[in-house]
Design a protein around this ligand. Structure first.
Ligand code: AMP
Ligand code: MG
Length: 351
């Protein structure tokens, strides 16, 4: 089939809030820290590398951020010429030629859509646009528009051809939104470059998607604060000790608007068309690849407590911290020694 590329739409700018932060304190053993912060992928990206001379650190960070820019240009729905925008623009019309890495991320998205029973769905874009959460036009949609938009969702409509390197949304009006997975992918790609450059210790935070390379310079684990979903950024409920892992949170406090005293947040349930409302207010996933942690944090948030915990307990080398609106905290079995609840307002709960 003929392949075309077209310019597509510009969307509102997404604003994300960092939800995880590192507790470095005043540890003066962490010598020669070089830090670079950039606003990319609709969020603040913070990268710190340790124990490396300034010149090589800067060169490595420049390469890592250039890679994020490349990823943004390929996956952003806010850039009309991105591959994702072009796939959306040509939904129901024609398959679009895409890069191999687009195929890879789309395949990963479909994998998690299936694994989560459709709780995670990369074809949720039109619904995300309808709600407009994070834009100045955010509003509760009327029933008719909601119904029409719900018809555009369904990951089975996304056809990937690995040999021809094309992607196609079969349904007109259907739109991809990879906002729940791309920051994770970008974190992994930054890590790949930094490791290639010989960096053994680094801390990356892509708007709440934290990824640590190695342990701290003194060999001790990183201490990551897990955001208190009911308080301003920087207030945490407990501390996670970890090395060489991705730690990604999804929460109702990250992006939302209020209408008639009711809060509407940005993680939508593809079954109802409304913000997911199952008692969870935050889900943090800890695993080695950030792309998996990112997709899983959104998946589990929508799947809810029981199904979400079952899913994580059955995945190898994957752990989770779930917080409910009643301030109950559930952790998976592998975190008993690694996570410490420090905020007395919260308590552990077992299933
Ligand atoms: P995250 O913060 O990683 O949980 O991702 C939330 C973002 O992913 C939202 O801002 C939307 O762009 C998109 N999104 C919302 N709901 C879903 C869903 N159920 N499945 C996949 N992506 C979603
Ligand atoms: Mg996610």
């Amino acid at each position: 089939m003929k392949r075309i590329e077209l310019n597509c739409f510009l969307k509102g700018i997404q604003v994300l809030i960092i939800v995880l932060f590192v507790l470095t304190g005043c540890d003066n053993r962490q010598k020669s820290i070089v830090q670079q912060d950039e606003y990319m992928l609709g969020t603040l990206i913070q990268a710190k590398v340790f124990n490396i001379d300034k010149k090589s650190a800067k060169k490595s960070l420049t390469r890592a951020f250039q890679r994020v820019q490349e990823i943004e240009e390929r996956f952003s729905v806010n850039i009309p010429t991105s591959e994702v925008s072009c796939i959306n623009e040509n939904a129901g019309i024609i398959p679009i030629s895409v890069n191999e890495e687009t195929i890879k991320v789309l395949e990963k998205s479909i994998y998690y859509a299936k694994l989560s029973g459709g709780a995670f769905d990369p074809t949720i874009g039109a619904l995300v646009n309808l709600w407009g959460i994070g834009t100045k036009d955010a509003k509760v949609p009327d029933n008719q528009s909601l119904k029409e938009t719900m018809d555009t969702i369904g990951f089975n409509n996304l056809i990937i051809n690995k040999d021809k390197l094309t992607a196609y949304l079969t349904k007109s009006g259907s739109k991809l939104d990879l906002g729940a997975i791309v920051k994770g992918y970008a974190a992994d790609e930054m890590k790949k470059i930094l490791v290639e450059e010989g960096i053994k210790t680094a801390f990356l935070n892509l708007g709440g998607n934290v990824l640590v390379i190695g342990s701290k310079v003194d060999g001790s684990p990183w201490r990551i604060g897990v955001q208190n979903p009911f308080q301003r950024r920087g207030n945490y409920i407990g501390i996670l000790e970890t090395k060489d892992q991705a730690i990604v949170s999804s929460g109702n406090y990250e992006r939302y608007f209020e209408q008639n005293n009711k809060k509407y947040h940005h993680i939508l349930d593809p079954n109802t068309g409304y913000p997911s409302n199952n008692g969870l207010v935050s889900v943090t996933i800890i695993t080695s690849q950030s792309i998996d942690a990112d997709a899983l944090s959104t998946s589990v948030y929508v799947m809810g407590l029981e199904k979400g915990l079952d899913l994580i307990e059955n995945l190898p080398d994957t752990e989770a911290i779930l917080i409910t609106e009643m301030k109950k905290v559930y952790i998976t079995s592998g975190l008993k020694e690694k996570f410490q609840l420090t905020n007395g307002e919260f308590s552990y709960e077992k299933r």
